[in-house]
Design a protein. Structure first.
Length: 344
């Protein structure tokens, strides 16, 4: 598909400092309103990547169509990703990854899919490929930031029941199941929705049933997933992996009324509410800075999420996602729009 020009912003759209970059064509063509929501943004190799789709209504495959920031055009569909929704893009040491949070095989409804895994690129986004991790119901998150990995997390099957699953790949070997130990068979709905690597150690926590499951980290010496005994709460209360980011030695979650910030040093959790008191819609980490998006504003913290300052107002309808790069802030909306604002 050839590149397409983005529509120009109207005066009303740019009056508050926000410029309409364009309307994501494939997101806007989704058949359901949840599918048209831009739920993830990532800047990679000079382009803005949007995540969208409806995995409850099975509206995939999902077109990976980046917006080129230099030319102001959509570059065209790079891949029909093997998923009904892209909920997270993860930058890696070698490229960009989009996990298949809901692989396409649907008959009978949502069976184990042998092709489930992730989309990936290692040439700056020019070409995309599909990699399978093994039979899976969901593959929610991915990281290569640990020397003991790479790792992928989601849900597969254990003892005839759906179970939260961690996959690991070492060297040139194929992906293997590393751990399945936090399942409630009577519910069969537990999943690892997120994966965070801090100081080379990966952390996960299953959720889906009423019981709070242990926060776990990988012990490379024993090769086992150990529970963090000092912590017994729920770190992340959302099913969106994008809402978990690493900030220094902290794992930051946008779930509930504000932020839930877990220190891997003190093994403690603190809850942070934004200065305007509104729910955190999305968050983005750039180096040592943490940016949060609420219905009314974008905030920035430069001290590890201790204090926040409002940097721009947001009067766009239904903002849903944020990304930050260089001197620009980018937003996605529920109407498939991509917006930009210069950094104050």
């Amino acid at each position: 598909m050839s590149a397409t020009a983005a529509p120009m912003a109207s005066a009303s759209e740019s009056a508050s400092g926000w410029t309409l970059l364009g309307v994501h064509p494939e997101a806007a063509a989704q058949p359901t309103q949840p599918g048209r929501r831009i739920i993830e943004l990532e800047v990679f190799a000079g382009a803005l990547y949007a995540g969208y789709g409806d995995y409850n209504a099975n509206t995939g495959p999902i077109a990976i169509n980046p917006f080129d920031l230099s030319s102001g055009t959509f570059l065209g569909n790079r891949q029909d990703a093997y998923t009904h929704q892209i909920a997270v893009y993860r930058p890696t040491a070698w490229g960009l990854v989009a996990p298949n949070i809901d692989p396409l095989q649907d008959i009978p409804l949502d069976p184990l899919d042998p092709n489930g895994g992730f989309s990936w690129t290692d040439d700056g986004g020019k070409t995309w490929n599909q990699a399978a991790v093994g039979p899976s119901y969901h593959v929610y998150d991915f990281s290569d930031q640990s020397s003991s990995g790479p790792w992928a997390v989601g849900a597969s099957s254990a003892s005839g029941s759906a179970a939260p699953t961690i996959w690991r790949r070492t060297g040139d070997e194929s992906w293997q199941v590393s751990f399945q130990g936090d399942n409630d068979p009577t519910v069969a709905n537990d999943r690892y929705y997120w994966l965070a690597v801090v100081g080379g150690l990966p952390y996960v926590q299953a959720r889906g049933s009423a019981a709070v499951k242990p926060l776990r980290s990988f012990d490379p010496t024993s090769g086992t997933w150990l529970s963090v005994s000092e912590f017994s709460g729920e770190l992340h209360a959302s099913g969106n992996p994008q809402h978990v980011q690493v900030l220094g030695t902290q794992i930051v979650s946008a779930s509930g009324a504000g932020l839930r910030i877990f220190s891997t040093e003190t093994r403690s959790l603190r809850v942070v509410v934004m200065p305007n008191g509104l729910r955190v819609i999305d968050l983005y980490v750039r180096g040592s800075e943490l940016f949060t998006l609420t219905q009314g504003a974008v905030f920035r913290s430069a001290d590890g999420g201790v204090t926040f300052q409002q940097i721009v107002t947001v009067d766009a309808p239904a903002p849903t996602a944020i990304a930050v790069s260089d001197d620009m802030i980018y937003l996605g909306t529920a109407a498939s729009r991509l917006l930009a604002h210069s950094m104050p």
